[in-house]
Design a protein around this ligand. Structure first.
Ligand code: NAD
Length: 548
């Protein structure tokens, strides 16, 4: 009986057995021979996930500026695991294995696979032996062992180390190997290089690998492709040759004329750039959490405060922290730096040096718990209990107008409310399946679900994203506005109350409600609470009849 991998839409794909490898390599050799005859460079992209699939297509879409003809042939290589094998047959049909809101992704992948024939995908990593260049886009995770204490976590580099080992065992000696994965500082020079060097020596290769680093700044959403291709990149190489080769490669595949490269001396510098830029972002968001609490308790609307500050050009990137700071990168990248300082670079005083970065991540990781408290308090003010209350959460993803649910604050809001006994329902126009719940026993990996930090989570495997907003609202006792998705911005209070069948608690986690909407909800007999919006009490008092 073969094993099957199941795609998100439910299609089953049989995982190839040992007999499948030789014919697959033959297929690839045929394609590579034809591509070489056409003067194309052969690029293998390891890991066709959120980043690798799109990067592979961007490389495959590259043309020689002089002739206008495609100049690269790309092989996306993915493990044939039960969890991710399905990405390969999908890609080979010209279908994107990642769901993206960017309208450029699907046609670009279809064009490269089906028309230009410059992109194929495989499970056979013997394709590495055919490569002129390898781009590494596998994940490198940071797993936390406690909620709200990132210091007890650790980097999980197993996938990356396994990938570097197999690359060392198989690539031609002069192949450029470019690590794009966000890694703990020091990884390229002190982890990847020794692994590859050892593999080279075992093959009798005396030269060192041509190893470089250039991290991704991709932003899921409508500008997915642009955030890779038309955006500034930082890069570095372990040697002058590696540096020169990575610069040339990135200049060929990315729009570096408009978005020039920043070239660093050493990989640890480009690795640190990535970790610092994301820790900086995480820190500004965490910093606003304390002022959000201040605002709630002192009649201040943090939304008006941050917008007033934003007007100053020097402070224009200040943003409102929603119910927790999610996405794949901000919750983990500072952790990679903190961990590397001790475990890769050998220092023992990490807790004396790192104060702000761990605190910021801890605050961001737990802000959602406060959102759940507001739901509890709003219901209490209406004379209701949270236990047994039907609550509708609007927005499952980690930011507006994307379908990416990784580490979203919304997940924690659901978990905390469920722990308190609420009957939680969820709606999101961009998310079909909320795997953090549906597959919480195995996703993101066995034993890694945030479910482990809460009680009463078992039934959440049955949580399904509801698609009909009006139907989902029926009988809701509380609605939680968790993400600034476009369809939620202008909901009319009259409609919401009518759909729910009566006044309900309305909790705004993301500065979504205007003062007029807040006033109207209150007039309709609802209770309104919001993260960082202490002025609601004032609006309430204005509505109270004189002498009341
Ligand atoms: N997603 C983002 O928004 C984003 C933004 C900036 C940077 N990054 C960084 O990009 C990197 C990749 O992230 P992602 O979102 O694409 O992750 P992902 O989990 O979507 O993709 C990683 C892929 O690599 C595959 N893989 C793992 N081990 C492998 C192996 N040995 N051989 C071949 N394939 C293997 C996995 O199956 C998976 O498909 C990470 O370092 C991440 O921090 C991601």
């Amino acid at each position: 009986m073969p094993d099957y991998a199941v795609s998100p839409s439910g299609e089953q794909f049989a995982i190839p057995g040992p007999d499948g490898y030789a014919p697959e390599l033959e297929r690839l050799e045929g394609l590579v021979e034809a591509a070489r005859a056409d003067d194309k460079e052969i690029v293998v992209v390891m890991g066709v996930g959120f980043v690798g699939a799109v990067m592979a297509a961007i490389i495959a879409d590259t043309v020689d500026p002089k002739t206008g003809r495609p100049s690269k042939f790309v092989i996306g290589c993915q493990r044939p695991s039960v969890r991710s094998y399905w990405k390969i047959p999908l890609l080979n049909r010209g279908v994107s294995p990642v769901k993206a809101e960017d309208p450029e992704v699907e046609p670009m992948i279809a064009r490269c696979v089906l028309e230009k024939r410059t992109l194929t995908a495989t499970f056979n990593n013997d394709c590495l032996g055919l490569a002129d260049c390898v781009v590494v886009d596998v994940q490198c995770d940071y797993s936390k062992n406690d909620l709200g204490n990132m210091r007890t976590g650790e980097a999980d580099m197993a996938a990356l180390e396994a990938t570097m080992r197999v690359i060392g065992e198989k690539v031609p000696p002069h192949c450029l190997v470019l690590i794009e994965t966000t890694v703990a500082p020091g990884t390229t020079e002190f982890v990847a290089m020794p692994i590859m060097r050892k593999a080279f020596r075992a093959r009798g290769i005396e030269s060192d690998p041509v190893l470089a680093h250039s991290f991704e700044r991709v932003m899921p959403g409508r500008d997915y492709v642009k955030s890779i291709r038309d955006f500034w990149r930082v890069c570095s190489g372990c040697t002058p040759e590696a540096r020169e080769r990575v610069v040339r490669f990135l200049e060929e595949v990315l729009n570096t004329d408009e978005f020039p490269l920043t070239v660093m001396d050493r990989p640890i510098e480009s690795e640190t750039t990535k970790i610092v830029e994301n820790s900086y972002r995480a820190t500004i968001l965490a910093f606003l959490h304390e002022w959000s609490l201040f605002a709630e308790r002192n009649g201040v609307d943090l939304v008006k405060v941050y917008k007033a500050i934003k007007v100053r050009p020097t402070h224009s990137n200040i943003i409102f922290p929603g119910p927790g700071i999610g996405g794949y990168c901000l919750p983990k990248d500072g952790g990679l730096g903190y961990w590397a300082y001790k475990h890769v670079l050998g220092f023992e005083d990490q807790d004396r040096v790192f104060k702000i970065t761990p605190t910021a991540i801890d605050i961001n990781d737990t802000r959602a718990l406060h959102a759940a408290e507001l739901v509890r308090d709003a219901l209490r003010n209406m004379g209701r209990y949270i236990a047994g209350a039907r609550i509708l959460l609007l927005g499952a993803s980690y930011r507006e107008d994307v379908g990416d649910t990784r580490y979203s604050g919304s997940e924690l809001v659901v978990r905390k409310l469920t722990e308190m006994g609420a009957d939680v329902h969820a709606h999101d126009p961009y998310v079909d399946h909320w795997y953090e719940f549906e597959k919480q026993d195995t996703y993101p990996a066995p034993g890694h679900s945030l479910a482990r930090f809460f009680r009463n989570q078992g039934d959440l495997v049955n949580l399904r994203i509801e698609t009909d907003l009006v139907a989902a609202m029926k009988d809701a006792e509380a609605v939680v506005l968790a993400v600034r998705h476009e369809p939620y911005l202008n909901l009319s209070p009259e409609d919401v109350v009518a759909w729910a069948g009566g006044p309900l608690a309305v909790v705004d986690c993301f500065g979504i409600l205007s003062d007029d909407q807040i006033r109207r909800y209150l007039e309709l007999g609802c209770e309104v609470k919001a993260l960082g919006r202490g002025h609601i009490r004032r609006i309430k008092e204005e509505l109270r009849p004189a002498g009341d």
